[in-house]
Design a protein around this ligand. Structure first.
Ligand code: CP
Length: 317
């Protein structure tokens, strides 16, 4: 694997899921693999799971880890090409990446959607600068449009929880939120699930359809009750409008996932990437209930990252 920014960087999804599950069974079989090599984890946005799971994964492979919480600790970055830097910005992203090239064998970056310019977000204005200027493999720790390490962890979690002999019905359901949220997790989950042997259905209110470039021919149902019928897995996530970019059109009805709604499913397992707003996106009873596999998902972030870092290290040898 030469880089990891989307599912298209994975040659064989089933193989990498299998590898991640082998790592989970015995995480310390490759402790020498990253010896003498350094991974830079650059966070332009907040994180709990991605930061810590990536650090554990890298340490399990013997990698040196540099974590830069750029938004809090680094110089104020300029992203615009040709900018006259006589304002608040102190260091151009191009220069920062060139310096990271001197220190790191792998650069992993978190760069969320700015949610101000649809064009900038759709074109991955920050990740694309890393891809352009990095001279080492680039890994996405969540970008404007995708969250591939999360999606791989989601695939691992579904695989672990599915032993029946038919395709599971997986429902990606929109959930309420108090502020406009980016599309990366929803887009990415839709994209990865289309590579899995599942029946994917997306449900969201009118005005909240995700970008067709990610959902393609997946069925989108605007009636949550109908979509949840016979679901085997429910993935709960909020996102703002894509068409009316970052807007929050009025929503009719209550979309928060509750036990009452779960009763319509096929004893569906409930997933969420976290962090979650309890009693807004889903109820306490669901979060703490027997059908939640949400903490398992969070644990699998380690093995998703470790499988990817290991594959990238194979290329560096
Ligand atoms: N799910 C996820 O990426 O969590 P963090 O934002 O805490 O890293």
């Amino acid at each position: 694997m030469k880089k990891f920014t989307s599912v298209s960087d994975v040659e064989n999804l089933q193989e990498i899921i299998k590898k991640a599950l082998q790592i989970k069974a015995d995480p310390l079989t490759e402790t020498e693999k990253g010896k003498g090599k350094t991974i830079g984890l650059v966070f332009l946005n907040s994180s709990l799971r991605t930061r810590l799971s990536s650090q554990i994964a890298a340490q399990n492979l013997g990698l040196n880890v540099l974590t830069l919480n750029a938004a809090q600790e680094a110089w104020n970055l300029e992203f615009a090409d040709g900018a006259v830097m006589n304002g608040d910005t102190v260091e151009h992203i191009k220069d920062a990446i060139e310096v990271l090239n001197q220190y790191c064998d792998i650069i992993a970056v978190r760069c969320f959607a700015g949610m101000k310019s649809k064009k900038d977000d759709v074109n991955e204005s920050i990740l694309s600068q890393f891809e352009k200027h990095a001279k080492v493999p680039v890994i996405s720790l969540e970008s404007a449009t995708r969250h591939p390490l999360q999606s791989l962890a989601d695939c691992i979690t579904i695989t672990e929880n599915w032993k029946k002999d038919y395709k599971p019905k997986v429902v990606l359901t929109w959930a309420p939120h108090i502020k406009p949220i980016a599309h990366a997790v929803g887009n990415s989950f839709a994209e990865w699930m289309q590579e899995m042997d599942v029946e994917l259905v997306i449900t969201n209110p009118e005005g909240y359809d995700l970008d067709k470039n990610f959902t393609k021919d997946v069925k989108v149902i605007h009636d949550q009750d109908e979509a949840l019928k016979d679901a085997d897995f429910i993935y709960v996530k909020n996102w703002s409008s894509f068409d009316d970019y970052a807007a929050m059109p009025e929503v009719k009805g209550d979309w928060m996932l509750t036990n009452e709604k779960l009763a319509r499913t096929n004893e569906a397992k409930v997933m969420h990437c976290l962090p979650v707003r309890r009693n807004v996106e889903l109820s306490d009873e669901v979060m703490d209930g027997d059908y939640s596999i949400i903490y398992q998902q969070a644990k699998n972030r380690i093995f998703s990252a470790q499988a990817v870092f290991s594959e990238i290290l194979d290329e560096l040898k």
